[in-house]
Design a protein around this ligand. Structure first.
Ligand code: GLA
Length: 747
């Protein structure tokens, strides 16, 4: 609900109140963003007069309360007394936008993206200065609010825009900023720094949202933790260069702004023209980071991902990339597809290498002719046979790029995005200039044709080099990309799109408006994924995470981890398998079959359940069922007891807690096998190897009944291995072990 009373605007939902007022100078003063309150409380949040101090600049010499620098503001400018960072820079001059009026719109206001969002009520505040109007948009959703601005040139001369943020707000309090940084195969490393007088900036300048600095971040009040304390969350519905900053003033106000990065940004607005910024997302919780994540997850699941896919379950897929890379043919794919079907996969995805001269990553990008040497029956023939096996068929594309060694580049070298210098390549490729209509048409026509011909129900949309375009062109590239995605996928809503950029190099809300899931990282090592998926979970729901089980030792870390842990981590996302199925041992096939069938039985909970990060793992909760995991990294000698704490269930209700059946491979004990086997076996001998491939030993099976209250307090888990031989009533856990517990209400 949005109300306007006595110059006070109030956006109120069940989860938050957001209040600001128009003061006597037509300046917007921020009052409150936090727990739901009454509009009549507004006075309690208003700053008392007498704000100006020392040499501060006053808007009105007679009024000490007119010092902009000391007020909590909803928007600001420069050159009028507010010395803090300005969210707008026009013609390199002072700006002074004042209130003119407002409007409340029912329901939908499309954001800068062509993909319209729905729900919510929208407040539009109009501010004005000579020659320009600024519209501030606020849309109230149940658990989050969004803000963006539109700048209009109402004058007679052009305006040079070098900075225009989507939102700016001054929040009282001491904060720490948690943001997420990294690079290829090391995405989403969590960093927390205090926000003080020095400006803390979270920015991307690669042309895309990037794995260096995800656009989403948190501001937690000092002392806030996972389950307690006040935390604000911010994100941006945008896939290009982004910027966010936080800085605390002497008065204890933290200015937070977000928008397109001003780095090299320059746009000229001719008279009558408008510039619309992407939507910023603002969220709040007093239940710690987990509470904040719940609010963000709900917002993304209900308002960001395409309508068709909201809360719709996602198939378990098999992707051929890590198993085959570029080395495949029709026969090999069909044989893999049969095995994938046998273990329980529902969708077969053919990754890179199916087109042009694509036998390596130096050629072929930009071409859409099927490589008949590898696929003599074409994609139609392949897809038909795969569907005949009872699986759906998905395909990899990388439409934004071109190799110099491609028919497309030979025909249209001018379609590549270049600058005044010799081209510089990334993964041997250039980007196509999506600001050109003919380039966009080429992509839309070719991708659409193939999707329809081969009855494709899933697309992996990759992008392996980032833009070199600067300024207005960088923004126009992103807008061009959104147009392309909209034209291809809006008429085909049932196609599941998974976007990717060398893994998670473009994991953002802009892409999620089109692709309900994103490939988190080329690193599928479960121990790395604890950080990658764990980092993402602060801002994005697990239904958005492409999470695959792959081979061990792992291609990116050389780490060997148990298959159980690889499954247990990938379960908390959209499960897939990406390894050569021909190399699986009989015991592994059995284990994978059990994993997929467990995942399918609990898919709704894993993909859409309420997610929680606990002290020792991840949990999902839905109604009266929960699944909780416990993850270990390096094991200590003689480890202490471990508890499982699962809050959120019904206190008085009894629950059955069952560990997911896990087994131990005999072979991994080497010479120690004499402690567990009745006969003395050669640790390097053929007998032990054969036994290892076919038989496993039960491990740490635990079943008990506990009330919701007991689970909230924490139940005891079976002890871990303590150096005293095998015992099936302990968890004989090696490094990187894990357990999963299914908690169901007892009838
Ligand atoms: C990128 C992706 C991988 C795979 C390869 C194919 O690196 O992240 O998953 O699709 O491209 O070339």
């Amino acid at each position: 609900m949005i109300t306007h009373e006595n110059c006070i605007f109030h956006l109120r939902t069940e989860s938050y109140s957001y209040l600001f007022r128009v003061n006597g100078y037509g300046i917007l003063e921020h009052l409150h963003f936090g727990n739901p309150i009454c509009t009549s409380d507004a006075a309690a949040f208003t700053c008392v007069p007498g704000l100006g101090w020392g040499g501060s600049v006053l808007l009105d010499e007679q009024d000490t309360g007119s010092c902009l620098d000391a007020l909590p503001l909803e928007w600001s400018g420069s050159g009028r007394g507010d010395y803090r960072e300005s969210p707008v820079e026009l013609d390199g001059k002072a700006t002074d936008f004042r209130y003119v009026g407002y409007e409340i719109l029912d329901g939908i206001v499309p954001m800068a993206l062509p993909q319209a969002k729905d729900g919510g009520e929208t407040l539009v505040i109009t501010l004005e200065q000579k020659g320009a109007r600024l519209y501030l948009y606020y849309t109230a959703f149940e658990t989050a609010l969004t803000r963006h601005v539109v700048l209009e040139n109402t004058g007679k001369t052009s305006i040079a825009v070098t900075k225009l943020m989507s939102q700016c707000v001054d929040l009282p309090g001491h904060f720490e900023m948690t943001s997420f940084h990294g690079g290829w195969i090391a995405e989403m490393g969590k960093t927390t720094v205090p926000v003080n007088a020095s400006r803390v900036v979270n920015e991307s300048t690669t042309g895309a949202s990037s794995n260096r600095h995800n656009p989403g971040f948190l501001l937690g009040e000092s002392g806030a933790g996972e389950d307690h304390g006040r935390v604000y969350g911010f994100n941006l519905v945008y896939s290009g260069n982004h910027y966010a900053s936080a800085q605390r003033s002497l008065q204890g106000l933290t200015r937070v702004m977000q928008g397109i990065s001003p780095d090299h940004f320059a746009m000229t607005l001719a008279p009558g023209e408008r510039l619309e910024t992407p939507e910023a997302v603002l969220c709040w919780s007093d239940k710690g980071c987990n509470g904040l994540s719940r609010n963000m997850h709900r917002f993304v699941n209900e308002h960001i991902v395409p309508k068709y896919w909201r809360y719709r379950h996602r198939p378990v897929l098999y992707n051929d990339w890590e198993g085959c890379m570029f080395d495949f043919n029709h026969r090999r794919l069909i044989s893999l597809a049969k095995k994938a079907k046998d273990i329980g996969c529902e969708l077969f995805v053919l990754d890179d290498g199916w087109f042009g001269q694509r036998d390596h990553d130096k050629a072929g990008l930009g071409d859409y002719t099927v490589n008949r040497k590898k696929l003599p029956k074409g994609l139609e023939g392949l897809s038909k046979e795969i569907r005949g096996l009872g699986m759906e068929f998905g395909l990899w594309f990388e439409p934004e790029s071109v190799n110099i060694d491609s028919d497309l580049y030979r025909a249209h070298p001018d379609w590549a995005l270049t600058d005044d210098f010799a081209p510089v390549l990334g993964r041997h490729q250039l980007l196509l200039d999506l600001t050109k209509a003919e380039v966009r048409d080429y992509i839309v026509e070719n991708v659409s044709r193939i999707l329809d011909q081969a009855q494709i129900t899933y697309v992996k949309w990759d992008m392996n080099r980032h833009s070199i375009a600067l300024g207005a062109k960088a923004h126009a590239f992103v807008v061009g990309l959104y147009e392309v995605l909209d034209r291809i996928f809006s008429p085909r809503p049932q196609i599941l799109l998974e976007s990717c950029s060398s893994g998670g190099n473009r994991f953002d809300l802009g892409m999620l408006c089109f692709s309900p899931q994103v490939w988190c990282s080329d690193n599928t090592d479960p121990i790395s994924r604890l950080d990658i998926q764990g980092g993402l979970s602060y801002l994005y729901p697990q239904s958005a995470f492409g999470a695959h089980v792959s081979a061990a030792p792992h291609a990116q870390t050389l780490r060997t981890t148990p298959l159980s842990t690889r499954g247990n981590v990938a379960f908390f996302g959209v499960l897939g398998y990406e390894l050569d199925l021909n190399h699986l041992l009989p015991v592994e096939v059995q284990e994978i079959k059990a994993q997929i069938s467990f995942y399918k039985a609990n898919r709704k909970l894993f993909q859409f359940g309420t997610f929680r990060r606990s002290e020792n793992g991840w949990q999902v909760l839905g109604g009266d069922v929960a699944i909780a995991s416990v993850f270990h990294k390096q094991m200590d000698a003689a480890p202490g007891y471990e508890q499982l704490r699962v809050p959120g269930l019904t206190a008085q209700r009894p629950y059955r807690v069952r560990s997911l059946e896990q087994t131990l491979r005999v072979g991994q004990f080497g010479a120690l096998v004499k402690h567990v086997a009745p006969v003395n076996l050669d640790p390097n001998g053929v007998v032990l190897r054969t036994v290892d491939h076919h038989y496993t030993m039960p491990d740490g099976v635990q079943t008990c009944i506990a009330s919701g209250a007991a689970l909230e307090s924490g139940i005891m888990l079976l002890p871990l291995f303590r150096g005293t031989g095998y015992d099936k009533n302990q968890r004989t856990q090696l490094d990187f072990g894990s357990n999963l517990y299914l908690i169901e209400a007892e009838e």
